[in-house]
Design a protein around this ligand. Sequence first.
Ligand SMILES: [Zn+2]
Length: 318
Amino acid sequence: MAWTQGAFTYSFEPVGACVMCGSSGARVLGRRLNRHQGLRPRHRRAVATTVVQCRECQLIYADPRPVPEQVAAHYDTSPEGYWGAAYFTEDSGYFEPQMQAFRRLWHVGSTPRALDVGAGIGKAMDVLARHGFDVHGLEPSRSFYDRAISRGISAERLRLATVEDADYERETFDLVSFGAVLEHLQDPAAAIARALRWLAPGGLIHAEVPSARWMMARLLNLAYRMQGLDCVTNLSPMHPPYHLYEFTPASFRRHGQRVGYELVEYELFACQTFLPRRLDALATRVMDATGTGMQLQVWLARAATPHRGLQHGRRLAR
Ligand SMILES: [Zn+2]
């Protein structure tokens, strides 16, 4: 079956097993409309996808999964339209905590080579270069790629390609970074496995993804249930920002056992609550204390690589 919506045509693929841990056990969380749902979605006219959660690793995904005919078309939009104006203001702290974490966890040589997957307009590439990295990037969206080049990113260092299409020599990079990328991919597990091959000995994969345990999503789902609705707010499989997955640390741990990497360290960040200021401060404290922030950051290394990093999680506010 195909469904055409504006410029996009989707087919729907049944998902046999969790893409991360391989388990076929999943429970239905509810339905997700292909548009903004608001607090009272009862009267919205929309197409719904079924959202499920893996019983083994708690990965959240759509089943069946909507597959656009042209994945890149989702992101063939202006950078401003995709990110919003705030993304373009100068932020001196951008990607700095990640730089500190990398230096704490990586102990090989002095000039690390980095690959930023989904480089966007090149903001993280700028920071990496400032920190002395030999930096390369991949960006599949033509409009984002063009903007990065016009901002001064070298065309020799940034390839217009998806992680699925790109190829590098084995063991090329000390850092492969997936910032807000994996949740958009049809098969994030395959992308990690691919990046693992490009990782030099002692190297690290960094990823930032939406957390499947976000408190605000649970509260909104509760509000839907109290209205007798089976709507959920998780994911956005058929509308911007096109999130197909929400992850847990266990998703990475289990996937690592299958393909040969370890979860070295993870952190959860509260990020936005979309609440008034006073409630925002309270909700942020609760999320920090309970590990139910919006964003999950993981550091991965090839299995059996000695690292001095923590084996358990740390939760920090941001
Ligand atoms: Zn799973």
